[in-house]
Design a binder for this molecule. Structure first.
Ligand code: IPE
Ligand code: IPE
Ligand code: MG
Length: 225
């Protein structure tokens, strides 16, 4: 099962406590750790986390810089844990606008965790689904959906097809996709929760998975009794 998570609501969660937005992002990083550890036990083989959208560059420079620092700290602190837990970490998105130190850490984490087989953890950084689709359209050879999915994977720096999403979860109360995995979510089940990302925990993820398991997925066909 491929679960995609839009980790939203960090800023509002912090503001509600009178804290700076970055404090919300720091708590959010802790939530990521809990969720990653719980994922394999819930039957999740692939998880894609929306960490920074290409449109997030439009936020105040201080917040952007703070987020970049957090990503570096996360990768530095988690790579070893990922190795121990059998997590293969991949970063998807553009790689030409991120700070060089972060890029180095991304490459190191990807290399160190390449052998992981329990969970593929994809982190979307400087990611825009529309930009990825445009690049894929220029790269695509062949005219089947499979050909295009491979081009889309390659457009994001992967050497494998972009995987379809089974369950999309968005925290923070908004009900929109915000330019995340537009192709891959064609038949995704959509789950929205008012919980802010820093409050999201394995129990909440388990509830989303349970809800997903009760859905009847028809893929355009009919299900007979
Ligand atoms: C999501 O939380 C994290 C990022 C976009 C990096 P937000 O920062 O969007 O938090 P809200 O939505 O303003 O509460
Ligand atoms: C989407 O959240 C991006 C991430 C969670 C990284 P945003 O907070 O940026 O999206 P909008 O602005 O509410 O659509
Ligand atoms: Mg938001």
């Amino acid at each position: 099962m491929h679960v995609a998570l839009i980790m939203d609501g960090n800023g509002r969660w912090a503001a509600a406590r009178g804290w700076p937005r970055l404090a919300g992002h720091r708590e959010g990083a802790k939530a990521v750790r809990r969720i990653v550890e719980a994922a394999p036990g819930l039957g999740i083989a692939t998880m894609t986390l929306y960490a920074f959208s290409s449109d997030n560059w439009g936020r105040p420079p201080r917040e952007v810089a703070g987020l970049m620092r957090l990503f570096r700290a996360y990768l530095a602190g988690e790579a070893q844990r990922c190795v121990e837990n059998g997590v293969r970490l991949r970063v998807i998105g553009r790689r030409d606008r991120l700070p060089e130190v972060l890029l180095r850490q991304m490459r190191a984490a990807e290399e160190a965790t390449a052998g992981g087989t329990r969970l593929t953890l994809r982190i979307a950084l400087d990611y825009s689904a529309r930009d990825a689709l445009m690049r894929a359209a220029a790269l695509a050879e062949g005219d089947s959906r499979e050909d295009f999915a491979l081009a889309l994977g390659r457009a994001m720096g992967e050497d494998e097809p972009a995987p379809d999403v089974d369950l999309l979860v968005r925290t923070g109360g908004e009900q929109r996709l915000s330019d995340f995995l537009l192709w891959e979510c064609a038949y995704a089940e959509l789950y929205f929760t008012p919980l802010a990302w820093p409050e999201f925990d394995p129990t909440a993820l388990g509830r989303a998975v349970e809800w997903f398991q009760g859905r009847e997925r028809r893929f355009g066909r009919l299900m007979s009794a």
